[in-house]
Ligand binder design. Structure first.
Ligand code: DAT
Ligand code: MG
Length: 138
């Protein structure tokens, strides 16, 4: 059944000029790009997005990184979108990511790993609503 998920092309990938190549992989994998925009977020906005990780040791580093430059948040649609995007992204640590995944090809380290993808229906709903208004999602 058709499902929506949320993704972000992270500041490292944008800085390195990988945006179009990552979008091409996403489209080749059968995702429809429902909505996309480029913006920079503040440290506080990054903290709000990643609130589930607030107690983790890497939270400061993560939110500094996510507010360090422009990002491309987007909403993607396809059958089984949430699980299929996670597969296409590869492991959080690119050293463990499988061949053919976005993180294997474009990520430098566990902290700067090129792409975000929602991990469940509830997180996808929260994350889509964090970045997009209903009128942007028709
Ligand atoms: P994912 O992005 O694969 O869903 P996650 O939700 O566990 O991974 O963590 C969110 C982000 O936090 C991750 O993309 C990069 C950063 N991160 C996770 N573990 C980290 C670690 N051990 N050191 C530094 N950054 C880390
Ligand atoms: Mg996650």
């Amino acid at each position: 059944m058709s499902q929506r998920t949320f993704s972000i092309i992270k500041p490292d990938a944008v800085r390195k000029g990988y945006t179009a190549a990552i979008l091409a992989k996403i489209e080749e994998a059968g995702f429809k790009i429902v909505s996309i925009k480029r913006l920079s977020i503040s440290k506080a906005q990054a903290e709000g997005f990643y609130y589930v990780h607030a107690e983790r040791g890497f939270f400061g580093e993560l939110t500094d990184f996510m507010s360090s430059g422009p990002i491309f948040p987007m909403v993607l649609e396809k059958d089984n979108a949430i699980a299929d995007l996670r597969k296409l992204m590869g492991a959080t640590n690119p050293a463990q990511a499988e061949e053919g995944t976005i993180r294997k090809e474009f990520a430098a380290s566990i902290g700067e790993n090129a792409i975000h993808g929602s991990d469940a229906e509830e997180t996808a709903a929260f994350e889509i609503g964090y970045f997009f208004a209903g009128i942007e999602l028709k």
